[in-house]
Ligand binder design. Sequence first.
Ligand code: IPE
Ligand code: IPE
Ligand code: MG
Length: 246
Amino acid sequence: MKSDPADIPTHIAIVMDGNGRWAENRKRPRTFGHQAGLKALRKIVEHCGRLGVRELTVFAFSSENWKRPKKEVNRLMELFMRALDKEARELNENNVRIRFIGKLTGFSPDLQKKVLQATDLTKDNDRMTLNVAANYGGRWDIANATRKIVEAAISGAVKPEQVNEELFSEYLELSESGDPDLFIRTGGEMRISNFLLWQSAYTEFYFTPDLWPDFGPESLDKAIAAYGQRERRFGKTGEQIRKKTA
Ligand code: IPE
Ligand code: IPE
Ligand code: MG
């Protein structure tokens, strides 16, 4: 199936959920599911590149995921540590820029170093951007932006009357990106789980019961085809939208 290029979302956000259940279904430890999840991500990044998606933002670790058993958290950190260098090299070869959003100071100094190295290595790549949300929470993002704006107001750099939606967005993570056009959540849950709360105000949502390690290029094609059927009105009437595109 081939989509019209006009229907290819510029920016896709994905909650990569279901790794644990995928592993449990196979009587394997949850970490095995996270490893399979990383493989699935590689394929999706490649496929996005082929389709001409400009930006992909994936939820890798939420600010709430620290509440998981210590063993699972440790294993996840080990996986990030092991994977980062190799993945960054491959992304770099494919002209993909990687960026991280979230409270990175929550991670070990070694991991923070790898994150900075990967960001720096790929910073000039322009085929596509992969944003990895790690220790990210939508509420944290909004509270963090508010703190920075208050600091700017105290120092006199921002006046209270200048604070509007546009200025606020400049202080959020992903300030240089457009809002996501399509938000995909695998794993069957129909919730945002504190992902891009501000940025997804007008994003199209797509939920699938497929577990993340099973979500392949054809699954993405299906999600994009569903997106292509949506009429994005942004508050206008359907008639206004159809007139403009006719
Ligand atoms: C998502 O898969 C990955 C992370 C949160 C790190 P889960 O680990 O939440 O998998 P399920 O939802 O338990 O199946
Ligand atoms: C959301 O999945 C976070 C990631 C995919 C990284 P969770 O599995 O943590 O979400 P809940 O707990 O089911 O809402
Ligand atoms: Mg989950």
